[in-house]
Design a binder for this molecule. Structure first.
Ligand code: PMP
Length: 314
């Protein structure tokens, strides 16, 4: 099925992707006045089930982002969960998917502001495989672009326009031969990757920047903190991190919905550990992969099934 034949949710109903159009002067397109989520669904071939990961958490964050941007989502979290499940079922996906809910200012006029501009809401879902080819780890560099500061644009909200920050950092890294960028905050502490949160391991303790370091408060970040504490029994510390602490770390890895848990092989040409995946990263990645595959009964509640008990015939 091509993208154009797929079904989306827009203007309050399900319709073909092709019919859901935005005008050239749309506020969100011109000024970046939108917020969104990225959600993953994992196909389980044995159960013939598409499991959507941490759906409620994503929609809670979307509500928070919308509130920050003076937007109003037309659905509560439970309704958003149901709509998303129905959207996936209508598309009859039998593979991994990526789901993109988006709320944006849809006035078609000129004038940058937030208050008093109408919103539009849509959900699109597409087949999706790996975000990184991460078998050998990521070669990273510290970006010359700093992570947006909360005094400039809310870093904890997932705002469309703010992604110019990520795009600049990622492109710079790739054009210089790296796989991924690590952005520092305005005052020079470690923030995160272009679209993933950062963790490091030192002396058996897991560290990650705390939420006041202008990071997006990642859903995967929160999940990994839980797994590290509850399942691996690790000490976990959320605090400011210095750039040179990364150089001295035993392990560095990123987390994100698209990225999963992916190890960093080097930072600024300095190998991390021996340049191979470390034991903590490996244990977390394996546990995370088992959870998304539906093989961890303890974390079954993190998954919302698409097809259980229903098959759309229309
Ligand atoms: N930081 C940024 C800037 C991101 O775009 C993402 C991806 N949403 C993340 C971190 C990771 O967040 P999550 O685990 O919720 O996908």
């Amino acid at each position: 099925m091509s993208l154009y034949d797929s079904t989306v949710f827009a203007q309050g109903r399900f319709m073909p992707y092709d019919q859901a159009r935005v005008g050239l002067l749309t506020h969100g397109l011109n000024y970046g006045t939108g917020c969104f989520e990225g959600i993953r669904g994992y196909w389980n071939p044995d159960d013939r089930e598409l499991n959507l990961l941490l759906l409620r958490e994503h929609f809670e964050r979307l509500h928070t982002s919308a509130r920050i941007l003076l937007m109003h989502l037309p659905h509560d979290v439970e309704e958003l969960v149901s709509l998303t499940v129905e959207l996936c079922a209508r598309n009859r996906f039998e593979e991994n998917v990526y789901i993109r809910p988006l709320i944006y200012k849809n006035a078609e006029d000129v004038g940058v502001r937030l208050a008093g501009v109408d919103d539009a809401f849509a959900i699109v879902a597409i087949p999706f495989s790996a975000y990184y080819d991460g078998g050998s780890g990521l070669k990273t560099c510290v970006s010359s672009w700093r992570r947006i500061d909360d005094t400039m644009a809310p870093a904890r909200a997932k705002i469309t326009g703010a992604y110019i920050n990520s795009a600049l950092a990622k492109s710079e890294a790739q054009m210089n031969g790296f796989d991924e960028a690590i952005m520092l905050s305005h005052d020079g502490h470690v923030a995160e990757g272009s679209a993933a949160n950062l963790f490091m391991v030192k002396n058996g303790t897991l560290f990650t920047p705390d939420p006041t370091q202008n990071v997006l408060e990642g859903i995967t970040r929160r999940a990994v903190l839980t797994l590290a504490k509850d399942d691996l029994g690790l000490d976990v510390v959320e605090r400011t991190l210095d750039r040179s602490e990364l150089y001295a770390a035993e392990e560095v890895f990123f987390t994100g919905t698209a990225a999963g848990v992916i190890f960093v092989a080097s930072v600024d040409h300095r190998p991390i550990g021996d340049g191979r995946i470390g034991p903590v990263t490996r244990a977390l990645r394996e546990l995370y992969d088992r959870i998304t595959a539906g093989c961890e009964p303890k974390y079954r509640s993190w998954l919302t099934p698409t097809y259980a008990g229903r098959r759309v015939t229309a």
